[in-house]
Design a binder for this molecule. Structure first.
Ligand code: GDP
Ligand code: MG
Length: 163
């Protein structure tokens, strides 16, 4: 269990789908019980021969006690504290949203290295969003489809240095 990866991003970009793909069906719970606050989930991930710990910053959507920005910041900070590397996930089909830019700005100032991943890139619908992702200032985005398992080799190669 070499390193810890935090999966970060605004709601609905596919964080839990990626988490489930990395951790396996054993722990798969994409839809949490209504009213149940889960601050996050952690699991032992496998990606080919890589073994690492992954943190899904779930629960962001279910917390009621703070502003959106406050919840986001707290969740992100807690995950980053333990992470050796973070994935900032965006939804390439939706394009770059203000909240994505907010996360990117926060992560650019943070010392934890960030891999920018553009999810929902299966087919052609993600292409414009993939290009927009360069504007986030986090380097080349990796095109991925967490749902269909496409782009996992590129993610693997991006994670290799942290082994
Ligand atoms: P989270 O809120 O960031 O954890 O996002 P979820 O993992 O719950 O996914 C949000 C929605 O996006 C769900 O309906 C998923 O099925 C969908 N989704 C996740 N990954 C992909 C993908 O690669 N392609 C497409 N088209 N949809 C996806
Ligand atoms: Mg989730």
């Amino acid at each position: 269990m070499g390193f810890t990866l935090a999966v970060i991003g605004r709601p609905n970009v596919g964080k839990s789908t990626l988490f489930n793909r990395l951790v396996g069906k054993r722990l798969a719970i994409v839809d949490d019980q209504p009213g149940v606050t889960r601050d996050r989930r952690e699991g032992d991930a496998r990606l080919s021969d890589l073994r690492f710990r992954v943190i899904d910053t779930a629960g962001l959507e279910e917390a009621f006690d703070e502003s959106m920005e406050g919840r986001m910041r707290r969740q992100t900070e807690m995950a980053l504290e333990e992470a050796d590397v973070a994935v900032l996930l965006i939804d390439a089909r939706a394009g770059v949203m203000p909240l994505d830019a907010h996360f990117a700005k926060f992560l650019r100032k943070h010392s934890t290295p960030v891999i920018l991943v553009a999810n929902k890139c299966e087919g052609a619908a993600g292409q414009p969003g993939l290009m927009e992702a360069y504007s986030l200032g986090l380097g080349d985005p990796i095109p991925l489809s967490a749902e269909h398992g496409e782009g996992m080799l590129d993610l693997y190669q991006a994670l290799l240095p942290y082994e």
